[in-house]
Ligand binder design. Structure first.
Ligand SMILES: [Zn+2]
Length: 446
């Protein structure tokens, strides 16, 4: 995600409600049909879930501003009601652990938070509950099957892999699947429009091929290929899917999804004027490793996604344009961090005490995160830093991580060249505390 969109009240919609959800969604099967002329979509979703408690009588789902027309279970209608952005479904019979259940919801959506639907294109990212009902919480990753019916002349892209495509009643229907490790709904997204399409194939070390695709905007295939190869090399892990698509989408500001990135339309103009302005391209691609390949367990360690993606983008720019460019990027992050500090907004990178979405997000996870990683690399030296980053990536792939996982990997020093205490001190003062002295021990006593 791009830090600019972290506006108070708009980020992390699931945090506003602290009540635990006593069920887990396993799978969403979503079908949407775009109606560009009307500026809306109609959809239905089958949500397969399982209760985590005895006798669960209702489901509390996130449903943004959706208009829900009916909810059914095994062909029988369920009572439902809207409470703000929630959809409460009263189940026909109580649900119990070990008992797979499913509800089917029919709904409509228009342009809304993160969702744009118009005659010139449609796209949606991050605010998933504004285009499909979901348990939109990071703690509930799930599998997704998504079918999109769009005008025949449009090109479509969505999270996951393209499974099949067919023509039907003057429309093109594409089917997508997020399989493999389940993913949190905020990483689902789609875009469709009368885009120009560019394609290339990258052959990775080890033999796997990745189909690159760019819709709209600018031709960035060569730059994307360079970034993809760099990340594969410095993380020790090839790009994990067989396709990667970037869409220059109206109304979007930079958002990663599974195998897909939405970029702002204005970024094409930026690149035309300044071809070396590849930070956003690289940052969003880096999320395919950090944030998606290795998801975070909770928003408390958001920096492990955003700080690492920011730092990897800085390292890519170093590779492309030299040390001076890297130093300028790090100085930029340090400047933003210093500014936050001067406003009294410093806090540990791993921050469990947030009470508002603003506290978990904001610029801090990105820029304090990148500044910390630059310091860590300077302290450890290049060899050990990249070696340990590779070990972190290898050992945690597909797991949901915390800052402790990252620290454990980065403190490894088989050659005993470092003073481990120095690395631990850096983690204590930057990740678990702030330089003014709050430490992990202090925190745990609170
Ligand atoms: Zn990001």
């Amino acid at each position: 995600m791009r830090p600019l969109i972290l506006v108070a009240g708009l980020l992390l919609p699931a945090l506003a409600d602290p009540l635990p959800r006593l069920y887990r969604v396993e799978h969403y099967d979503v079908r949407i049909e775009l109606d560009p002329a009307a500026g809306r979509l109609t959809g239905d979703v089958v949500i397969r879930f399982e209760s985590t408690t005895e006798n669960l009588v209702s489901l509390d789902l996130d449903a943004g501003g959706l208009t829900v027309s009916s909810v059914e279970e095994a062909g029988k209608r369920d009572y439902f009601e809207r409470q703000g952005e929630h959809l409460i479904v009263v189940l026909n019979a109580p649900a119990n652990p070990g008992e797979p259940r499913a509800v089917e919801i029919h709904y409509r959506a228009g342009s809304s938070k993160g969702v744009e639907i118009s005659a010139t294109g449609a796209s949606a990212g991050y605010f998933t509950s504004h285009w499909m009902p979901a348990n939109d919480r990071i703690e509930n990753p799930a599998a997704l099957a998504l079918s999109i019916a769009a005008p025949a002349a449009w090109k479509t892209a969505a999270a996951g892999q393209l499974v099949r495509e067919r023509s039907e009643g003057g429309q093109t229907v594409t089917e997508w699947s997020v399989d493999g490790p389940p993913q949190a709904p905020f990483l689902y997204a789609f875009a469709a429009g009368p885009y120009e399409e560019r394609k290339a194939v990258v052959k990775q070390t080890g033999g796997s091929e990745v189909g690159l695709r760019v819709l709209g905007g600018a031709d960035i295939l060569v730059q994307t290929k360079a970034a993809l190869e760099f990340f594969a090399q410095c993380t020790g892990r090839p790009y994990p899917r067989d396709s990667y698509t970037q869409v220059f989408a109206s109304g979007q500001s930079g958002q990663e999804a599974v195998g897909l990135t939405l970029l702002p339309e204005s970024y094409a103009k930026t690149l035309a004027a300044k071809p070396q302005d590849l930070w956003l391209l690289a940052h969003e691609l880096a999320h395919q490793w950090y944030g998606i390949g290795i998801p975070i367990k909770s928003w408390s360690d958001f920096w492990l996604s955003e700080g690492l993606a920011t730092y990897l983008a800085d390292a890519f720019l170093e590779r492309q344009y030299g040390r001076q460019r890297y130093q300028a990027e790090i100085a930029h992050s340090q400047g933003i961090y210093e500014d936050l500090k001067s406003k009294g907004k410093d806090r540990p990178l791993s921050f469990e005490d947030w009470t508002t979405p603003d506290e978990a997000g904001g610029g801090l996870p990105y820029h304090k995160g990148a500044a910390f990683l630059a310091l860590l690399r300077a302290q450890m030296g290049d060899d050990l830093f990249w070696k340990n980053l590779k070990a972190y990536t290898r050992d945690n792939w597909g797991k949901r991580v915390t800052s402790e996982d990252f620290q454990k990997a980065m403190e490894q020093d088989p050659g005993k060249k470092q003073k481990p205490r120095e690395i631990t001190k850096l983690f204590d003062s930057w990740v678990f505390g702030v330089a003014s002295g709050k430490t992990r021990e202090g925190k745990s006593r609170q």
